[in-house]
Structures are given as C-alpha cells and as structure tokens.
Write a protein that binds this ligand. Structure first.
Ligand SMILES: Cc1cc2nc3c(=O)[nH]c(=O)nc-3n(C[C@H](O)[C@H](O)[C@H](O)COP(=O)(O)OP(=O)(O)OC[C@H]3O[C@@H](n4cnc5c(N)ncnc54)[C@H](O)[C@@H]3O)c2cc1C
Length: 376
C-alpha cells in the first residue's frame, strides 16, 4: 500500500509511527527543513481535558504506542483576572512539553523514532498526491485543504503573539491572565523552559497584526511585565470543525482535521490521537469516520464550552476565578477524577437550542475570506 503524509508535525509523525508498527512505510512530505515551528514554546497538557484518564502520557503510551517525555510536571496554576488572583497547587495538573526544533522538543522526540523517509523542504500538493497514492493523510496543521474540500467550519480565529523571555520562573507553574482589554475571548499565559527562561503568550480573537501589537503592549503594561525579551513571534491560530474527516482517499488529521479543542486551543493530545487512529484505520482497513467518532465527539463538546467563553466579560472572569476556586469546586476540579468538562459539554449541548448563547457572543465575526484560501 502506498501512503503519503503531508506534514511532519506531531499528527503526521504519530500517523507514520502507527503505520510503521503495522509494517507500512509512508512517504512523508514536510515544507520545513526539519520538524517543528521555528520558535520554541512550552505547551501544557491538562489532565482535566481527558478525564477519566488519570495520566495522559501513560494513556498515550498504552493505547496509542506514543512514547514521549515531558520537560516538567505541572503542579501550580496561578490565575489572574482584572480584580481577582488565585493560586492553586496540585500533585499533578498535567505536564509541560517543549515544542519546536530543540533537542528535547516533542517534534524531535517523535522524529527520532521515525524510520520512514521524510522529504524535507517539499511543499506537497494534495490533489497530485491523491492520484499517485492509495491514501493521502493531510497533517498540515491548518485549515487550507479542508476549506478547499468544503468540509471546514470556522469556530474560533485568533492571533497568537508571543515571546521567549528571561527572568526567574517556576518550571512547574502556569500563570494565566484573562482580561478582555487585551485578550478578548482568550487569555495570556506564561510557561517556563527552565528556572531562567520562559514563553509568554497572548491570544486574542480576530485581531490584525497592528491591533495585536497594541494588545501585546497593553498586556505587558497592565500586568507590569518587564522581562528581557530574547525572541518574538506572531501567528494565526484557528479552531474549526471538519466533517467528514475523509474525502475519497484523503484523510484529515490534527488541526487540519479539526482535532483541536476550541475551548482553550489545546491540540497536542488530539493531534497525536488522530494521527495514530488514521494510521490504524489505514493499516487495518477500518472506516476512519467510525474509529474517530469518540474523539470527534470530544471536539464538539469543547465547541459548546467555547460558545460560553465567547460571551464572557471581565466581571464574568472575576466571578469565574473567584467561585472556581471555592474549596468544594476546587476539590472537584483539581483533586478528583470527575470528567468535569465532559459533563459541562453534555449539559451545554442539551440546553443549546433553548438559549441564545450564540447571539450573546461579544467577539467580532470571523472574516469570511480567510477561510477560502486555495491549496490546489
Ligand atoms: C503558540 C502555540 C501554543 C500552543 N499551546 C498549546 C498547549 O499549551 N497545549 C496544547 O495541547 N496545544 C497547544 N497548541 C496547539 C497545538 O500545538 C496544535 O494543535 C498541534 O501542534 C497541531 O498539530 P498538527 O500535527 O495538526 O500540526 P503541526 O504540528 O503544526 O504540524 C503541521 C506540519 O505540516 C507542515 N506543512 C503544512 N503544509 C504543508 C505542505 N503543503 N507540504 C508539506 N508540509 C506542510 C508544517 O510545516 C508543519 O510541520 C499551541 C499552538 C501554538 C501555535
């Protein structure tokens, strides 16, 4: 069987690993000279997202045969809204993973396990490959091919402005800020590579680059952050839903297949899972739509929660952080294994049609033209 994978990101490489486990060696095409974004950052994996799974990394190893090592365990969460600050400690909120091209990044860890050939500096054309290969797995990390195929629906479009900063940090802590003055519909956060180096990231809905720069400066000023900046970056980050996930012999995984929680923009675990499931579906000749159904359901639940977040202003944030850290709620959220998000998502799904959640969104509409870029 001839398989092409477009993108040597985390979903593409996890798909390749699963195919290899089944004796199939795909051709992988990657437009960069090596796997990983040009800038490094530290991503969080939150145990709350995958409950009742207790340990997401053990689960990935056991059920998906993906073996990865975090740079730290996430034990402290500091939440800031305009008028409230709360600190919560836990034995384990989750893990921190380094992303990018560094030696210990997730991308490098996966790359070292791959035996198939990766064609670097190769921008692949999916429709040409679809004629030549039995299957083409689209793992491009963006919506272009899904939008061209007419199966993508925008959910949440953001700009991400970040920097690598120097200072004194706790590598086991995530600091989060919510404030509609500079992070409309989203948030800012700091996670550390080491006790002296961290990534500081601001996410804002639907801003253009000039507006984003203004929000960044407002954020630094309002939160009195004067870290020494080593490197800056700006990118677009888009969450959407995809249906169906397979069109003819083309299978869509990772962010390109809509496998990213639109609640917080977390997509690491779902990218890895969808990649492995695509490899499994191909190798075992199973229908991808069926094998992916549970993961797809999880993504749709997160859309319901995103719709609620889109309605929140600063007073709501103050209230949420204050009440969310009441002892009983804190106990449920951080010290039990109750699938809080799954329950919340299901309840929101039930009440969805009897409320006007969508109409109350405080975000500007997503520009239509940006969903229609062609990639043929
Ligand atoms: C700043 C930032 C912070 C984040 N933080 C978190 C976090 O804390 N927790 C979390 O869970 N998630 C986080 N995410 C989301 C997560 O990183 C993504 O959901 C995940 O990386 C998506 O994986 P992917 O395999 O779909 O795409 P990617 O990992 O982006 O890989 C796509 C690959 O395809 C290649 N490519 C694209 N087009 C072509 C083409 N035509 N031909 C050849 N190659 C191509 C690209 O070069 C790239 O290497 C964050 C994302 C960003 C940007």
């Amino acid at each position: 069987m001839k398989i092409a994978i477009i993108g040597a990101g985390i979903s593409g490489m996890s798909c390749a690993l699963e195919l290899e486990r089944n004796g199939i060696y795909p051709d992988i095409f990657e437009e960069r000279p090596r796997p990983g974004e040009l800038f490094n950052h530290v991503a969080g994996i939150l145990q709350l997202m995958n409950r009742p799974v207790r340990n997401p990394l053990d689960w990935l190893k056991r059920d998906y045969h993906i073996n990865i090592h975090p740079i730290a365990t996430w034990k402290k969460l500091t939440m800031n809204s305009p008028n409230v600050k709360r600190v919560v400690n836990s034995r384990k909120f989750g893990y921190f993973l380094e992303r990018g091209q560094s030696e210990r990044s997730l991308e490098t860890q996966l790359y070292k396990q791959i035996k198939s050939r990766i064609n670097f500096n190769y921008r692949a054309n999916y429709s040409e490959l679809a004629r030549e290969y039995d299957y083409v797995v689209v793992a491009t990390g963006n919506r272009q091919i899904s939008a061209t195929l007419g199966i993508w629906k925008n959910i949440f479009l953001t700009k991400v402005r970040g920097a690598i900063v120097k200072g004194n940090f706790n590598p086991e802590e995530l600091i989060m800020w919510v404030d509609t003055d500079y992070a409309l519909g989203a948030y800012a956060y700091l996670t550390a590579f080491s006790p002296t180096r961290a990534s500081l990231v601001l996410i804002h809905a639907n801003a253009n680059p000039q507006e984003m720069e203004r929000h960044w400066l407002t954020f630094l000023k309002k939160e009195k952050l004067d870290y020494q900046i080593e490197e800056n970056f700006l990118l677009e980050h888009i969450a959407g839903t995809v249906y169906p996930h397979q069109v003819r012999n083309i299978i869509l995984v990772g962010a390109a297949g809509g496998f990213m929680e639109s609640f917080l923009g977390f997509g690491t675990i779902s990218a890895l899972r969808s990649g492995v499931l695509a490899g499994r579906a191909i190798a075992k000749r199973l229908p991808f739509g069926k094998i992916i159904a549970e993961l797809d359901k999880e993504m749709r639940r997160s859309v319901r929660i995103r719709e609620v977040l889109n309605t929140m202003d600063n007073d709501d944030y103050n209230h949420l952080i204050a009440t969310g850290t009441f002892p009983i709620i804190r106990q449920i959220n951080y010290h039990t294994n109750i699938p809080v998000l799954r329950i919340a998502g299901d309840i929101l799904e039930l009440i969805r049609f009897s409320t006007n959640l969508r109409q109350k969104s405080i975000l500007p509409p997503i520009p239509i033209k940006s969903a229609n870029k062609k990639n043929k």
